[in-house]
Design a protein around this ligand. Structure first.
Ligand code: IPD
Ligand code: CA
Ligand code: CA
Length: 263
């Protein structure tokens, strides 16, 4: 893909994410109907509405492209748009403003651009490969903290039924570093790209590529690193094997610890 094409797709993704965020914000204060999916995660009517909106808009503009939305999918192509219409739905349904919209474009499974929009602050996070990561029009970068640094913060997803049991890791790292679980893995990843958090460890697998695809580009363009739990690269147009999202400096230490402790 040429740089011109990449930047054209990025502009399109930014525009779509603002429109999706508008829908999210419009329903935020309302009593949104929600239900539980088979994996016991929550979904609202707004998640589905945004997902359908994204499919329709992409189909209009790029009819051959595939769309892998968390709530609805369309087509198959070497270009796949990967969308999490609302990340942090459990918080959204309770009117707690931490949730974000996320969209990435992958070529043969490799994300080449990503956008994350926070409608509660109107902040747009974006990155295209080789072009840096931005909060609106300001460059953002990861921090350079070791885990023991008193400013360091780690995000863990507390998810006892996940395929990977992270609790032994939480126990070890929790003694070194202030640990939180903020209810949206994508927001946690953005905080790493901005230098506020140092690490996030995510146990998601089936259909959870939508949680990490945009972060893969945004965090890495901000100087960080994103791999699966084994420290390997992934395709993001299919299910994944968890994720380690870090400031890069501590990445290998975490991979080693997970290899030792994870069943
Ligand atoms: C969830 C959130 C949550 C994380 C779950 C995700 P959703 O996404 O990111 O923080 O713990 O693993 O599935 O369901 O709100 O899109
Ligand atoms: Ca999600
Ligand atoms: Ca979601």
């Amino acid at each position: 893909m040429t740089k011109e094409e990449q930047s054209k797709y990025l502009e399109f993704a930014k525009k779509l994410s603002k429109e999706a965020g508008k829908i999210m914000q419009e329903y935020f204060d309302k009593d949104n109907a929600y239900s539980y999916k088979a994996d016991k995660t929550i979904v609202t009517e707004v998640d589905k509405k945004i997902n359908t909106f994204i499919i329709n808009e992409i189909k209009k503009k790029y009819p051959t492209h595939a769309i892998d939305g968390e709530e609805e999918k369309y087509g198959k192509n070497k270009y796949t748009w990967i969308c999490d219409p609302i990340d942090g739905t459990a918080m959204y349904a309770r009117k707690i403003p931490v949730s974000v919209f996320s969209l990435a474009l992958a070529e043969e499974g490799i994300p080449i651009l990503g956008v994350v929009y926070d409608p509660s602050t109107d902040n747009l996070y974006s990155a295209a490969k080789g072009e840096g990561a931005y909060e609106n029009d300001q460059l953002i970068t990861v921090n350079n903290y070791e885990l023991e640094n008193e400013n360091s913060i780690i995000n863990f997803d507390m998810w006892p039924t996940a395929e990977y049991n992270l609790y032994p890791i939480i126990e070890i790292l929790g003694k070194k570093t202030y640990t939180v679980s903020i209810g949206s893995i994508i927001r946690a990843g953005i905080e790493i790209a901005k230098g506020n958090f140092t690490l996030a460890v995510f146990p998601g697998t089936k259909d959870k590529n939508c949680d990490i695809a945009a972060l893969k580009v945004i965090v890495e363009e901000a100087g960080g690193k994103v791999t699966n739990l084994a420290g390997e690269e992934e395709r993001y147009d299919q299910s994944i094997h968890g994720a380690i999202i870090s400031n890069k400096l501590i990445h290998e230490e975490i991979v080693k610890l997970i290899k030792e402790k994870l069943r």
